[in-house]
Design a protein around this ligand. Structure first.
Ligand code: DX5
Ligand code: ZN
Length: 220
């Protein structure tokens, strides 16, 4: 069964607590928190204080997606704030193996992400150090963008590499995921879908979760 991680960035921040409670009740596996610094990506979101607040109001595992330059400087801060999975971008680090090992040493799961312009082959050698690979299917920076079909082939290649090397790395896809695109990435071998706009615009989150599960199980 595909796992779902809604991106809180697309929620109604004016009613954040209510949104989190409704998200938890919908039956998803994770909560996705997009951290942007206005430098690695042309947008700014929130920081560790909000992660800490969210951690205090839900037991859902927090999947924290760091779209920031110099992520090494912030690994401990976000771990203390409550991240259960900390994902860093390959484009922002010189030694991905060491960075991923540092995250694991902090006692949480390590994630490695690649932006659309980064070939998946560059990430494969590091997957033995990663608990999940986050393949971006939009350019990082904003919710509500159109899914890039080029990400499907990346998922297939990563799936093949992970399986043939018996690695324990899950594949997540992030950006433009909806009822039409989720089955495509699931069929290619994704384990987790991250969904912002389509989830929070659906109105009935529990129904949306059921629909995604149904659509993706037909493909598998
Ligand atoms: C994009 C973020 C995504 C985004 C997902 O930079 O990393 O997580 O919020 O939102 P949708 O599903 O609307 O593309
Ligand atoms: Zn994200």
């Amino acid at each position: 069964m595909i796992k779902i991680s809604p991106s809180i960035l697309a929620a109604d921040f004016g009613h954040l607590l209510d949104e989190i409670e409704k998200t938890v009740k919908s039956g998803v596996e994770y909560l996705h928190l997009d951290i942007m610094d206005g430098h690695f990506v042309p947008n700014l979101t929130f920081g560790p204080e909000l992660v800490k607040y969210i951690n205090g109001v839900t037991d859902l595992p927090l999947d924290v997606h760091l779209m920031i330059s110099n992520p090494l400087e912030y690994l401990e801060i976000y771990t203390v704030a409550g991240a259960d999975i900390l994902t860093i971008h390959l484009e922002t680090i010189e030694h991905p193996d060491k960075a991923l090992a540092t995250i694991r040493d902090l006692g949480i799961k390590s994630g490695l992400s690649i932006s659309p312009n980064t070939p998946v082959e560059v990430a494969l050698p590091y997957l033995e150090h990663a608990d999940w690979l986050l393949i971006m299917s939009v350019h990082p920076g904003f919710a509500g963008q159109k899914f890039m079909p080029s990400s499907i082939d990346k998922v297939s290649k990563a799936r093949q590499y992970i399986d043939s090397n018996s690695l324990n790395c899950e594949i997540a896809v992030d950006g433009g995921i909806d009822l039409n695109t989720a089955p495509k990435v699931a069929a290619a071998g994704a384990d987790i879908v991250i969904t912002g706009s389509s989830f929070y615009k659906s109105g009935d989150y529990a129904k949306f979760v059921q629909e995604i599960r149904k659509a993706t199980s037909q493909e598998n």
